[in-house]
Each structure stands twice: as structure tokens, then as C-alpha cells.
Design a protein around this ligand. Sequence first.
Ligand code: AQP
Length: 344
Amino acid sequence: MAFTPRVFSGTQPSGDLHLGNYLGAIKRYVEMQKTHECIYCVVDMHAITVWQDPDNLRRATREVAAAYVAAGVDPKKNIVFNQSRVHQHAELAWVFNCVARMGWMNRMTQWKDKTAGKNAEAESLGLFAYPSLMAADILLYKATHVPVGDDQKQHLELTRDIAAKFNNDYAPSLKEQGLDADFFPITAPVIAGPATRVMSLKDASKKMSKSDPAEGARILLMDDADAIAKKIKRATTDPEPLPSEERGLEGRLEANNLVGIFAALSETSKAAVLTQFGGQGWGAFKTALADLAVAKLAPIAAETRHLVADPGSIDAFMADGAARASEIAEQTMSEVRRIVGFLG
Ligand code: AQP
């Protein structure tokens, strides 16, 4: 069966949004709405896989939704909502917990990275099962495309494995129910562009992340011009000037990261950035990068602030989005209940 092209993606309200979230995900959300039917979720159920203060979670959930809209997502044309309002996400995740295998989950590098050097036994069961809920988020809407950062690639592969195993395990039931053999699509990750993995400004071997204790490692979407300029100025670099060609970035993690950020923000390629800055020192490049980052991020921050000042309007568009999402979700879930043999 040919599936209607449909985009789904989500971001956790688990901390302040940073440049990696913007370039790897939110900017792509805006681009994809031009060509696709899109569903953009604030994945609050994922956020509580690690402890969240309830008041803070409410604030962050509204702020992430506001940032989507401030960045250019249209909540009327698309569906924008918070995950917990559509209970079918949890329901399908349970079915997928029974489809996915422990071995698959154990191989997830994000789980391994997040628990490395820690007492994994003390982590929540939710953190371990997170990729199964992510598969449910996507497949509930039979999404064909998921724009994400490179760090989510393995979770997308797991989503495909879960879809394939479900379709296979329940093949006789699908036939009996008169449903297509490929009930769930084999979803394609959309990971493209010069900044699919934005790295820490302090240690370019680590990805820029919300949970990094080093504040200077990430640029926040809500940082003011001063903070952005300071963080870029203090970003770790090597002593060499910028290379003139892309292959000169090989083995130069910091240079590769900053040039990638410049290219993504200016919607050009790394090669084009190097044509402009090749042979120059870091001073001029960092000043130009700071100016560019401020020019691109400041209007989004200002609009986000404007939107969060009226939480009622954010709640209203998310309630509307959830109502529209629920219709699709219930259609899928009512079929899933029949397929697996639940009565009622
Ligand atoms: N550094 C990054 N570069 C490119 N894309 C990134 N994303 C996250 N970090 C980068 C993408 O942003 C989207 C939302 O991510 P998320 O909030 O759902 O989860 P995350 O990957 O756990 O985000 P963080 O900020 O890195 O949080 P922690 O500190 O908890 O690990 C996703 O599409 C993600 O790929």
C-alpha cells in the first residue's frame, strides 16, 4: 500500500532548547511544512523519563510549542500538540513494548551513553523503554518521514524494526481483518544538511545537549545577543586558520562544527563558507558567526517570549492540535486493538 506522505517529529520539554535542537530539528520542521502534512509534538511523556519538576515541565512544554511557532511552524496548517493529551501514544507504546525485544533496547547507544558511569539500575524503566514510545509516536500517525538530528538515527532504525516485526507477527490477523499486509509504514528518517549533529562548543567530540553541565557548551534559543557572542568567542578552536576547502576540515572537529553551524544558519554549504573565510583566522570568523547567529535567533527568541506571555493562546492551539491528532490516533489504535485481539 502506498502511504500518504506524512511527517511526524517531536522535541522534549526537558530543558532549554539549544542551537542543536533548532538546526537539527525545528528548522527542518519549518521547511517540511511547505511540502508535507506535518504533525509536530512536544513530547512531555518522554521528558519525564528523567525527573522533571511539574511547574517547570508545564513552563517548558509551552515554551517548546511557542518556539515551534516562533520559528515558523503554522499551528493551523499543521498539527501542534503535547503528547500526553493523546492517550493513544501510551497505549500503542505498550503494544510495542511487547513487540520490541530486550536485546534491541540493550543495544541503543543513547541508553548506553546516558547511563555510562552511572548506576543504570537506578534509572527509570521509562528511560530504557523510551525508543518504544518514540516508535509509537511516529507509527500512531503512520508517518512516512521524520526530521531529526543524527543522534536519533538508531531510534528511527528501531522504529522500522518494530513496524516490520508487528506487520510480520500479525500478518494472519491483518489478513483476517481485511487490512493491508504492510499495516505500519517503514518510516524514513530525514537527516540532512550541514548541521545534523551540532557539537558542544567546549568539546567538539560531544554533541551539544540540554543536559551538558557546561553552560558555555551550548547556545540557547533564548540567549540574548551578548550571551551568544560570548559563547561563540569562547568556543574551543585549534590554532590553524580556516581551510579553503572542505577536506581541510577532516580531523578538525571544532572547525568542522563551527563551519557547519555557519553553513546551516546561512542556508549554504560548508564549501561556500570556506570559499568566503578560507585562510582567515578565527577572530573574524567568530565575529561573523556571532552576528549571523544573533540575526537568526533573536527574532525567534523575541517571538517565543511574546507567545509565552499569553499561555492561554498556546494551550488553545495545542488543544486544537490534540483534538485533530486524536482522530488519526484513534483510527490507528482501534485497528491495532482488533489486530492484536483485544475485545471491545
Ligand atoms: N546537538 C544536536 N544536533 C542536531 N540535532 C540535535 N537534536 C538534539 N541535539 C542535537 C535534535 O533535536 C530534536 C529534539 O531532541 P530532544 O529534545 O527530543 O532529545 P535529545 O536528543 O535528548 O536532546 P538533547 O538536547 O541532546 O537532550 P539531552 O541533554 O537530554 O540529551 C531531535 O530531533 C534531536 O535529534
